[in-house]
Design a protein around this ligand. Sequence first.
Ligand code: ACO
Length: 431
Amino acid sequence: MSKDLTGKIILEGKEYEYPVIVGTENEKAIDIRKLRADSGYISFDDGYANTGSCKSDITFIDGEKGILRYRGIPIEQLAEKSTFLCAAHLIIYGELPNEQKLNAFREKVAGRARLHEDFKHHFEGFPPKAHPMAVLSSMLNSIGCYYPEMSSNNREQDLEQFDEAAALLISKVRTIAAATYRMSQGLPFIYPRKDLRYVENFLHMMFTEPYHPYNPPKEVVDALDLFLLLHADHEQNCSTSTVRMVASGGANMFASVSSGVCALWGPLHGGANAAVIKMLQEIHDSGDDGSRFIRAAKEGKARLMGFGHRVYKNYDPRAKIFGQAAERVLKALGRQDPLLDIAHHLEQAALSDDYFVERKLYPNVDFYSGIVLKAIGIPVDMFTVMFAIGRMPGWIANWKEIAETSRKIHRPRQIYTGSAKRDYVPMSQRK
Ligand code: ACO
């Protein structure tokens, strides 16, 4: 709260004065929490584009400058020097772990990868073509049922069990993802191995055959680790806000992150990484080099998936980092992907086109991530699941922040625009 700054709102000639809140990076907000009580007015902000829904210590974004920091540390430094699990620790606990703490965290996560054998029945309950995001959301909530002491919906008790629940979710989300893939292919489930690191263990559960172990190239492991790290948190996006909303009612962490998965699923959010590949493939199959598609996007007949962002009005720093990773991994695997050429062409064409320049539309994290996931052998339907694995630390940290600091249920108001009061019409008189 700034002592000097206040903001005034004049409504029907009456002046109301409210304090201004200033963030670490000098971002300012007028605190109108008392506006309704004082004046009867509420603020209207469809889509929350202009609403600070909370104070948070976790992630900072400056969308105008293209800055992203986890707990103050720039994403570029983390991408170069950290690993996903190290960044997960930073996001959840606020500090980079020393070697001893990182090893303990790694051990804890590694030791919790196995699913209860009963989960086989849960998986069998889904039709083979069930979308992996539907399965993931259900399974995350189901895990909570096996650990009632961690999913009590009693804040104090759930917080006492926080370390255990967090490690368990970070570990098991990957086991569920791999099992979902194996089920969809009619393949036997592969048990996790405690001797493997986080990403290796996931790839093992995905691609090992009982008669043929899968040993991924280092470049694949590094690219996937980077993918997860870049997705680990992104302040108040649609899915994280959903997690916080559910948590605000007192729901446990399993239920809260399960709802985050559903929010992530849509093509305007996490589903965009799959939509980008589908778009690039369609452009390729139609013999277009991207020019026709750009025209259609400008005419409002198509949307350039992987472009644009609610917050970034500059390059999404994650897209820059991952664009380079896409080049690296394809080169290392000795692959050429015509979709990468189309992506480059689309990017160049869009960045020099007035329509995109005026609207400040730049590539977002999803633009190149699908190309990398495809090169690794992850099926398109699983792309958003991969995003969810990466986002788990962010959801967990945000759940914790709510559980520790907020006692207020999130409950926005609305402007009602439906019918005015009218009487019930009996069936015989209805048209
Ligand atoms: N292609 C073409 N035009 C676009 C695009 C796009 N990808 N994105 C925005 N625009 C245009 C809109 O048509 C609108 O133009 P207008 O002013 O002439 O009406 C203007 O840019 C503003 O767009 P909005 O939809 O109002 O921007 P908003 O902030 O609500 O949406 C969003 C952001 C949803 C990300 C949007 O840019 C989009 O749909 N992008 C494609 C989907 C995507 O890549 N989503 C992933 C986001 S990152 C993430 O969640 C991980």
